[in-house]
Write a protein that binds this ligand. Structure first.
Ligand code: SF4
Length: 356
């Protein structure tokens, strides 16, 4: 068993989909919140669960352009298609993949999460094969004996196919038997996720006696140990396996993706920090003074300073280090100065404010 640099655990080879995902190089395309199953541990939020909504990473999608803009913003090298059950919207998935391949210059690695329900069949899988999906991750039904027929079909059709399972304490036997069946059908990997307690599944988990692990925001107590048991079993079978702890989603995937997005959307006066935040200096006009007057005034004090006029927020913006150097002069002229940090999301939420 090896540890990755993001502190996840691997046996055999790390699946390609996981490698790119942890580096934040994958666009997460949420194809629909619809799903024919109702797993008690389903972590989908109430905004997504059971609703035919689409997201590209955290961005709500109205049309194809939203997906393409997000993919370009993070300079995506691949796509993870998820849901709900994306196989209920195969046409939508195929259309998006085609459009992404047209606008992104490099080869895209695509993995897709699928259930093992009857609509995951030869015609629907055939469409994915034509659309260039590389890897299929089947989420078995853990409450019955799942024959995993779509997985067998996918292997026969030439997909790289495996399982993706939550590490549910008390389900070790069931999951190991499912992994054993998958191995016999030709699966090449198993991805194990730490079970997470979210707002939407907390009640269902608590009724069954599950508790939040001390010191964490979402990991379920005992899930880590279950994951390790499953990963050892995967190793004994000679399959590749990856245990993705809950903290990876924040510490690796999400942050790395934001970092890539920050670098691509940063304006010339914005500095990208490790967090990642877009940090910049803010100059607010004195009371009663218009933005145009303020701009003229600042230019007369610092003619070389690059200034961005943010009309929607009625302020001038510049490099924060330059602003620090000029702070005495500008404050003396009545300007209010600060340094702000914004998240590199579509809404650019302000999360840091330091008055100068
Ligand atoms: S298959 Fe996935 S999306 Fe569907 S209910 Fe289960 S956990 Fe939720």
């Amino acid at each position: 068993m090896k540890t990755t640099k993001y502190l996840s655990y691997v046996v055999g080879e790390l699946p390609e989909g996981c490698r790119l995902c942890m580096k934040g190089m994958k666009l997460v395309y949420f194809a629909t919140g619809l799903c024919g199953r109702s797993c008690f541990y389903c972590p989908l939020s109430k905004e997504r669960k059971g609703k035919d909504v689409v997201y590209a990473d955290e961005v709500p999608v109205k049309d194809l352009e939203d997906v393409l803009a997000e993919a370009k913003a993070i300079d995506a090298r691949g796509v993870g298609v998820t849901g709900g059950d994306p196989m209920l919207r195969v046409g939508r998935v195929v259309e998006v993949l085609k459009a992404l391949r047209e606008v992104l210059p490099r080869k895209l690695h695509v993995h897709l999460y699928a259930t093992t329900q009857p609509h995951v069949n030869e015609p629907s899988l055939g469409k994915l094969l034509d659309a260039g999906v590389d890897e299929l991750r089947f989420h078995p039904n853990l409450e019955v004996v799942d024959e995993l027929l779509p997985l067998k079909l996918a292997v026969d059709m030439g997909f790289e196919a495996g399982l993706e399972v939550p590490a549910i304490p008390g389900f070790e036997d069931k999951i190991c038997k499912t992994i054993e069946r998958a191995e016999k059908l030709g699966a090449s990997f198993v991805v194990i996720n730490e079970l997470e307690m979210t707002e939407s599944n907390a009640l269902a988990l608590q009724i069954r006696g599950f508790k939040l692990k001390a010191g964490t925001v979402s990991a379920v107590q005992g899930s880590w140990e279950t994951a390790m048991t499953l990963l050892r079993f995967v190793e004994e079978l000679g399959l590749s396996g990856h245990f993705c702890p809950a903290y990876i989603k924040d510490s690796a995937q999400f942050r790395n993706r934001l970092r890539r997005k920050a670098r691509s959307i940063a304006m010339p006066h914005e500095v990208v920090t490790r967090d990642p935040l877009l940090v910049k200096g803010i100059i607010e006009p004195p009371q009663g003074s218009s933005l145009e007057e303020a701009l003229r005034r600042v230019k007369s004090i610092a003619p070389e300073l690059y200034i961005y006029v943010n009309t929607s927020k009625n302020r001038l913006e510049c490099n924060y280090k330059e602003l620090k150097k000029l702070s005495e002069k500008l404050k003396g002229a009545g300007f209010r100065l600060s340094i702000v940090g914004e998240l590199p999301t579509s809404f650019r939420e302000q999360v840091m404010l330091k008055p100068l």
